[in-house]
Design a protein around this ligand. Structure first.
Ligand code: MN
Length: 208
């Protein structure tokens, strides 16, 4: 198997009350694992992609057979996006340093940044993601993607591009058990479990 489920690094209940243990457990062991298994199954028949990272795969979507492209893309994005999502959650981290300054420069203030990100996530119609990305011009920007599209797939495949710093899952499975239809409340509480250290690491290193 080319890919595996990453360690969460925390217990299912670690993010309560913002994100309940049952939500984390089902999201991780069913949804994330489902995308992973489907992706690995596709890759068994695609030897040209041996040893490629998920980011490399996203840059090679032109080379995926067209009859499986839609499903391959969905499962690749679903696997990779959730890797970013889980690492991007924690309790007790704080925003500081060069990343904080860069956010203030880009959005005027941290409060304004949070408002804009939450707004983009709240108004994303249907299932998808809201992202803070670093553009090729090294600018911090908020974008959204549909379904499991990733900004790493680029404009052609995701109608968005950039290197993800923060990714918020706004599929109902991410919040329904805890918040039912109240997506805005999920987003409000999301900031209390945002892993600022991981976001800063991604901003500084642009590494997976
Ligand atoms: Mn999800």
């Amino acid at each position: 198997m080319q890919f595996k489920l990453p360690e969460l690094g925390y217990n299912f209940n670690a993010l309560e009350p913002a994100m309940g243990a049952k939500t984390v457990e089902i999201h991780y062991t069913k949804h994330h694992a489902g995308y992973l298994n489907n992706l690995n199954n596709f890759l068994k028949d695609l030897s040209q992609f041996d040893k490629m990272s998920t980011t490399d795969l996203m840059k090679n979507l032109d080379n995926v057979p067209s009859k499986i492209l839609a499903s391959f893309k969905n499962n690749l994005g679903g696997y990779a996006n959730h890797n970013i999502f889980w690492r991007g959650l924690a309790t007790g981290t704080t925003l500081s340093g060069t990343f904080k300054i860069a956010l203030e420069n880009a959005f005027g203030s941290i409060e304004n940044f949070k408002t804009e990100l939450a707004q983009a996530a709240a108004t994303k119609f249907g299932s998808g993601w809201a992202w803070l990305v670093l553009t090729q011009q090294n600018e911090l920007k908020i974008v959204t993607t549909t379904n499991q599209d990733s900004p790493l797939m680029g404009d052609k495949y995701a109608n968005a591009s950039g290197y993800p710093i923060i990714g918020i899952d706004v599929w109902e499975h991410a919040y329904y058990l805890d918040y039912q239809n109240r997506r805005a409340e999920y987003l409000e509480n999301y900031f209390s479990i945002l892993n600022w250290d991981e976001a800063a690491r991604r901003f500084e290193t642009k590494a997976e």
